[in-house]
Design a protein around this ligand. Structure first.
Ligand code: LLP
Length: 423
């Protein structure tokens, strides 16, 4: 359920006509809906209202500070994977006691920053990282709260590039090594063991892999406790998929996922931590673009728009499907066309959708790409010297630009001439 709907023949984000935003700020841009963000967050939390749960939003999905603050005001904590994300989370006022630090490659300065901020917990992914965190905590005269990300060796049955829970993946501590690393950590200075963690992948549309992984994790918790370790929280990661395409297998609803979770964790008496990203923000955002040209080629029509793979790379990188439609509501029985919707970038991989049957569009028309709130703006680049596009947030009948469109001067002004080319 989201708040992007056609009203009076025009796409609206809540109560604002998307075309009005386009007229005022130009295209392309991202547009997010506050009501949708709130709803998704509430639905997720409601599914866990009867257990001790903490939601740490995986802000890698969309780290705009206005989006982050919207969710934080609702009660969300943050799952961060870099010093930059940690800074954003702190800047919007998220309580460090609700911040989890994940990721396989934390640097010394990131570790120091997180220790100084007294975050809730580090999710540690290797022995070497453990040794470094211990040393830095001792230096700072502090204790670092840690849990270990365990790789349960489960196939999440999702796209290979976003599957993370097989032992061949770079993530986590091998399941069979878990007890040894906890034993080792218990003897290290500056380290306070507080939990356990897993994350098996993203856009998971089948509950079975979660079921298997939670089962393995819960039995490990029992063994670790028997060995005397304190496991006061269990972090189950993120990964719940969202619907992108009508007619595809529908991803499980949060309450169905919650049933599986509760079956495994109810008896543990631990705080359960979640790191949802995509399911909170994907369908709370669209990307809006304008048609530059309609080009008819040999047996094919290309709709060339002013947004490209640098603005939304998911179709190119993961063969992801995003619904694309005109902003003006198609009339029933109106003309349709079959086209590839492509950007101006000089690569054949630059497309937003291929072989799409859609209402006929003409040059100058606005189109929108659905479900673009997660892993959209955050994965954009300036390839082909294309400035980063604007982001907007709607709330009822109001909207705000929450990230300015980058100017060309800002973009190219970061280059520097070495002395030998000067003059
Ligand atoms: N926790 C950890 C440790 C993660 O690595 C991720 C996502 C999440 C939580 C959130 O997962 P979610 O609930 O969003 O599925 N760029 C890709 C997705 C990459 C996901 C990376 N990790 C895409 O556009 O599909």
């Amino acid at each position: 359920m989201n708040h992007f709907e056609f009203k009076d023949g025009e796409l609206h984000a809540e109560d604002i006509a998307v075309a009005q935003i386009a007229d005022e700020i130009g295209t392309p841009f991202y547009c997010y809906s506050t009501a949708t963000l709130n709803r998704h967050y509430d639905v997720f939390c409601e599914a866990f209202s009867d257990i001790d749960a903490m939601v740490c939003y995986a802000m890698k999905a969309n780290s705009n500070q206005a989006v982050l603050k919207t969710l934080a005001d609702r009660g969300a904590g943050a799952d961060v994977v870099s010093g930059g994300e940690l800074l954003r989370a702190l800047r919007v006022g998220i309580d460090p006691k609700k911040i989890m630090f994940s990721g396989v490659g934390k640097t010394i300065s990131e570790i120091d920053m997180a220790i100084a901020s007294q975050i809730f917990c580090f999710n540690i992914e290797s022995e070497n990282e453990l040794a470094l965190i211990s040393a830095r905590a001792v230096d700072a005269g502090m204790n670092a709260h840690v849990s270990f990300r365990i790789n349960p060796d489960v196939d999440a049955r999702t796209h290979a590039k976003i599957s993370t829970g097989k032992k061949s993946d770079k993530f986590g501590i091998a399941y069979d090594r878990a007890e040894a690393i906890y034993r080792h950590a218990a003897g290290l200075p500056g380290i306070r063991i507080s939990g356990i963690d897993m994350h098996i992948g993203s856009q998971i549309i089948d509950l079975e892999p979660f079921d298997q992984a939670f089962d393995r994790l819960a039995s490990l918790v029992g063994r670790l406790r028997n060995a005397g370790h304190e496991i006061s929280h269990v972090d189950l990661g993120g990964g719940l998929g969202v619907p992108y395409k009508n007619g595809d297998a529908t991803p499980p609803e949060p309450h169905a996922y919650a049933e599986v979770v509760k079956r495994h964790v109810r008896g543990l008496g631990a705080k359960i931590v979640f790191e949802p990203g995509r399911m909170l923000v994907a369908n709370a955002g669209i990307m809006v673009a304008r048609v530059l040209y309609v080009k008819r080629a040999e047996g094919k029509t290309f709709v060339i728009v002013d947004a490209a793979m640098n603005d939304l790379i998911r179709p190119t990188l993961y063969e992801a499907w995003h619904e694309i439609q005109p902003v003006r509501e198609p009339v029933a029985g109106g003309e349709t066309m079959v086209a590839d919707i492509v950007g101006p970038i000089c690569e054949s991989g630059d497309y937003l959708g291929k072989d799409r049957t859609m209402a006929r569009v003409a040059e100058g028309d606005l189109v929108f790409v659905s479900s673009a709130g997660a892993y959209g703006a955050v994965q954009s680049s300036t390839y082909n010297t294309r400035p980063l596009i604007a982001e907007t947030l709607v709330k009822g009948g109001e909207y705000a630009v929450i990230r300015e469109r980058q100017t060309l001067d800002e973009l190219i002004g970061l280059d520097h001439m070495p002395d030998w080319l000067e003059g």
